[in-house]
Design a protein around this ligand. Sequence first.
Ligand SMILES: C[S@@+](CC[C@H](N)C(=O)[O-])C[C@H]1O[C@@H](n2cnc3c(N)ncnc32)[C@H](O)[C@@H]1O
Length: 305
Amino acid sequence: MERGFRICPATRAKLNHIEAGEGTMEDDTVFQEEDFVTLIPLFKTKKEVRYVLRLRRDDIFQCKYGSIKHNDILGKAPGTVVKSHMGFSFIALPSDLSDIIRNYRKFRYVTQVIYPRDWGLILAFGDILPNEKIVEIGTGSGAFLAFLARRIGDEGWIYSYEKDPERAKIAIKNLESMNIPKRYTIKVKDVANEGIDERNVDTVFIDVPEPWKVIKHAWCALKPGGKIIIYVPTYNQVEKTLKELMSQGFVDIKIKEGFIRDIQVKPYAIRPELKGYYFSAFIIFGKKSMVIPWRYIVDLRKGIF
Ligand SMILES: C[S@@+](CC[C@H](N)C(=O)[O-])C[C@H]1O[C@@H](n2cnc3c(N)ncnc32)[C@H](O)[C@@H]1O
């Protein structure tokens, strides 16, 4: 028994039952080969530690706390406790995507990526719906593409453009290693110079350093009323982007920034974590209009920008 860690007797009995191979649990309620597993230490660590591994029979996971046999996790129920050969205990849980992106060793970062704190904001304020046809400009490491591909339903598709062939290759490997549903096509193309092939798309999502260079192509690709979402980390980029959006026929423009605070999970001191605030980016939302409002033309002519 871990110090300070107790399993209620009913759960313990159930786990023993399953571990003894007598359980009647369905196969998909226990860990199987190819599943992603997050290992969370049951001992104190200086920094937060979470390990992610993909289960393969006879493989061994190594970390500074020793080695753990995949076979010790296979066939066990989520929440099972495994011990490394050095005697450190971990709780094994199914991994979520944010765990995989941050902690899976096979996920390679070749660019800045969009993190979970902004994924939901983009989805909700951008009103991205299942089965949409989406264009993404700036595949990068494929982090946001991985999130989208898991969210857009069986009939949805994402055409993701990346101008750097090496990055595109790494993004493809990243997505394959994470077992992301194949609801995407990665195209190696510089959208600023070569444009977008698709037409009548529901949403264009842009995460490139110079979005103003691709906005006119986004307009051509979108269906009337279609949504544009742009992710930029500086005010300077926001200003240039806004001017371009207004002059290219995008309306209903909104700019948002998300704040998120972690609250420490300590029963005797539940309060915000004492870590600093980290800025991520501004998110700009707009819709394709067939007419440029007169007010925009006045603002643009006045040289407000
Ligand atoms: C910040 S990264 C995107 C990160 C991605 N959203 C993620 O979450 O992993 C920006 C990417 O856009 C690509 N890029 C920049 N300008 C581009 C353009 N005009 N056409 C296509 N890709 C472009 C860059 O090569 C870079 O890989």
